[in-house]
Design a protein around this ligand. Structure first.
Ligand SMILES: [Zn+2]
Length: 330
């Protein structure tokens, strides 16, 4: 079968002095007409590639020296887009496909020794996964505000297309896979925590997940998780569910209240908080809910209220710092 060559729509520069020919399918190649000087400047591997054959000995295409690439045209296109157009990578809304293509580009940045672009990609990926509890809370607030707004709009206009939760939260299983394969451990704690609150039934691949819309929570591409990472997830979940019993400490529990609290009421409240935390799949969210609650039950004084909030905040901070240990991702 004859080989078909298509010139790339935007990465075919009239003044380019090298053609990179990359396969799209076995008989179909994409031609990128680019500049040796630009690629040599950012990559010693390209520099060496271009200097090996003498230009006058090279095969040509439309009069320009030609090099056959083994990399697929999609990955090469993404890499060259970053070199030439400095395109913005998708940010937080990383779905498995985006992450898969980012992984391919990262592979190329390693292969061609282009660390500046590799770092840029890693930074973008990291932005989707908070490193601090404060960043986590900010992201959560933003996401839940969007969901609430969307649900409100849906109630008044049922025909409206809902934003899917996966447009709000990055898909965690592919992120974990990427982090393991490309050594980006910084995103693992948040990605594992996010995954730990999702149901196994919320499967990315299931078509009906999409139609159930925002109220259903988000989905994960469970099939991407390796056996080792599934073990990390289950261990982390077990440790998280033990944490309210083992780490959550109400310092003034049992003390006489210096103000006007009813000891019984306060005891009931502390039990309720602990029980809710134990039952919850998302203990960071539940504890935050209690911290932000305007007031507790009648009969709980201001002093006790602020002490409980303080203890919950301490618990959340401890929990956050323990996540890498819980999910064995240090
Ligand atoms: Zn009190």
């Amino acid at each position: 079968m004859a080989m078909v060559i298509t010139n790339h729509i935007s990465l075919y520069f009239n003044d380019g002095n090298i053609i990179l020919l990359a396969p799209q399918s076995p008989n179909h190649y994409i031609a990128f007409r680019v500049h040796r000087s630009i690629l040599s400047k950012i990559s010693t591997v390209f520099e060496n590639l271009f200097s090996t054959p003498r230009v006058d000995e090279m095969e040509t295409y439309e009069g320009i020296p030609l090099m056959y690439m083994v990399d697929g045209s999609d990955a090469l296109q993404s890499l060259l887009h970053l070199v030439y157009h400095d395109v913005h990578l998708p940010l937080a809304q990383l779905d498995p496909c985006t992450l898969c293509s980012l992984q391919n580009i990262l592979g190329l940045t390693e292969k061609y020794a282009i660390p500046c672009i590799g770092r840029k990609i890693v930074t973008q990926i990291e932005k989707g996964w908070p490193r601090t509890l404060r960043q986590w809370d900010e992201l959560e607030s933003r996401n839940y505000a969007v969901i609430e707004l969307a649900n409100g709009a849906l109630d008044s206009q049922p025909d409206l297309e809902p934003p899917y939760p996966d447009e709000l939260f990055p898909e965690p299983a592919s992120a974990i896979r990427l982090a393991r394969e490309r050594n980006i451990p910084t995103i693992l704690p948040a990605a594992f925590y996010h995954l730990s609150r999702l149901s196994i039934e919320n499967d990315w691949g299931r078509a009906d997940m999409q139609s159930e819309g925002v109220k259903n929570g988000c989905a994960a591409e469970w099939s991407l998780l390796t056996a080792d990472d599934l073990r990390c997830l289950l261990t982390g979940q077990a440790k998280l569910s033990r944490a309210p019993r083992e780490i959550l400490n109400f310092r003034h529990d049992g003390e006489e209240c210096p103000e006007v609290c009813f000891a019984e009421k306060r005891r009931e409240l502390l039990m309720e908080i602990q029980e809710t935390c134990i039952k919850s799949q998302d203990v960071l969210r539940v504890t935050r809910h209690y911290i932000e609650k305007k007031s507790y039950k009648d009969g709980i004084c201001h002093l006790c209220t602020s002490r409980i909030r303080h203890d919950l905040a301490t618990f959340r901070c401890m929990l956050w710092t323990l996540l890498p240990d819980f999910f064995s991702c240090q």
